[in-house]
Design a protein around this ligand. Structure first.
Ligand SMILES: NC(=O)c1ccc[n+]([C@@H]2O[C@H](COP(=O)([O-])OP(=O)(O)OC[C@H]3O[C@@H](n4cnc5c(N)ncnc54)[C@H](O)[C@@H]3O)[C@@H](O)[C@H]2O)c1
Length: 374
């Protein structure tokens, strides 16, 4: 069987999620090639060697450039903080490797554009980790919209709220610095819901009117010195959306939404029905059909099962649920199939560049106080 040698960079939250999924994907799906956990890079040799043992990689290095230059590596998998995506991806593309990177693609649309141009010039495959669109319930929501079952869409409402920075005593980290993260909640979480808005509606966002706010402007400097440092990006953001058609909508995003742990949720309102979804109950979809006697109409709960997209590969039993890491397994199935069968991947760098343009436009709208085109 053909193999695809993976070089993984970074082993924090996402690096581990990718490693789990890389191992599990061949047991869930029948793949045209076997992904091989070959080489792992971390900030130094010792950490890299320990993580390679823990995560089941054959080799390790304390220098990501060594990983990229290694002739055995087919796919460079970037799970490092945002500010490293561009440099790492450009080096990987120059070495002729396919690139699978975490979101957001880049710190700005200008950076993202450079990455798109480089990848398309060389002709490597690219995939960006907007994993929530791969949840079975969300794939089902898209199918229902496309089938016309809820009629013409008239409104999209989306949010992605979490509370990982709610505690004002939480020290500064790479998420809150402009140079390492770019936008704050908007880039980190808002990027997911902006991608989701276009994925679900099948329509393009054309204009935005945004508002951003830093709720906790200073945080402790790491190391316990007692000093405070500045938070350089947004804690929460919201935007009105206009799509290419008559569709309108809005999004909100926050990293200080006390109590919300995985608050990605959306409402799709159509002329004949509506869909509600909440990622904290990720194996359920609420569907309303505007049909039947008035007194019998209401939202029904669809529990995800084998007749819904990608679920049957995990389990023959309905309602047993999928988890966060299963979305990554579906993402890696798509990555492997796209590379081996030379098929387009979604969302690739070009698509993820759109998300960076939307983020920049929401920030520009906030500064100028007016609608901004994408
Ligand atoms: N798709 C999702 O649902 C999702 C969720 C969380 C994070 N992310 C994205 O994943 C990326 C990583 O986020 P995270 O939460 O895993 O961060 P993290 O801080 O937990 O992990 C980052 C890792 O990168 C390593 N690293 C840093 N510099 C490096 C270098 N020069 N060489 C090699 N390794 C280096 C760190 O040591 C650390 O292990 C970010 O872009 C983030 O936006 C995506």
């Amino acid at each position: 069987m053909q193999t695809l040698n993976i070089g993984l960079i970074g082993t924090g939250f996402m690096g581990k999620a990718h490693a789990i999924a890389l191992k599990a994907t061949p047991t869930v799906f029948s793949l045209p090639a076997m992904p091989v956990c070959d080489l792992l890079a971390e900030v130094d040799d010792e950490l890299a060697a320990r993580k390679a043992r823990e995560l089941g990689f054959a080799r390790s290095t304390g220098d990501w450039k060594t990983l990229i230059e290694d002739p055995a590596i087919d796919v460079v998998d970037i799970c490092a903080p945002n500010f490293l995506h561009k440099e790492m991806a450009l080096a990987a593309i120059a070495a002729g490797k396919h690139v699978y990177t975490e979101k957001p693609l880049a710190l700005s649309a200008a950076e993202a554009r450079e990455m798109v141009e480089a990848a398309e010039k060389v002709g490597v495959k690219t995939l960006v980790g907007f994993n929530y669109i791969r949840n079975s319930a969300t794939q089902l929501a898209r199918e229902i919209v496309q089938s016309g079952e809820i009629g013409e869409l008239v409104h999209f409402r989306g949010r992605h709220n979490e509370d990982y920075m709610s505690d004002p005593e939480k020290p500064l980290d790479w998420h809150v610095q402009r140079a390492t993260a770019g936008a704050g909640a908007l880039g980190d979480l808002g990027s997911h819901i902006l991608n989701m808005a276009e994925y679900l509606t099948g329509q393009r966002i054309s204009e935005v009117f945004g508002q951003l706010q830093t709720v906790i402007p200073r945080r402790p400097v790491p190391g316990g010195s007692g000093g405070l440092g500045e938070v350089e990006n947004d804690d929460q953001a919201q935007a009105l959306l206009r799509f290419d058609s008559d569709l309108i909508g809005n999004i909100e995003t926050s990293r200080v939404a006390t109590g919300r742990k995985m608050g990605l949720a959306y409402t799709l309102t159509g002329t004949k029905g509506s869909i509600l979804f909440d990622q904290e109950r990720m194996s359920e979809l609420q569907l309303y059909r505007h049909a039947g006697p008035e007194g019998r109409r209401g939202f029904s709960t669809l529990l995800i099962g084998p007749e819904h997209p990608d679920y049957a590969a995990f389990s023959p039993a309905p309602g047993h649920g999928l988890g966060y890491n299963d979305q990554k397994i579906i993402e890696i199935r798509d990555l492997v199939e796209g590379i081996v069968n030379d098929r387009p991947l979604y969302p690739d760098f070009r698509e993820a560049w759109r998300i960076n343009r939307m983020i920049d436009a929401i920030e520009a709208s906030h500064s100028r106080g007016c609608w901004v085109e994408i």
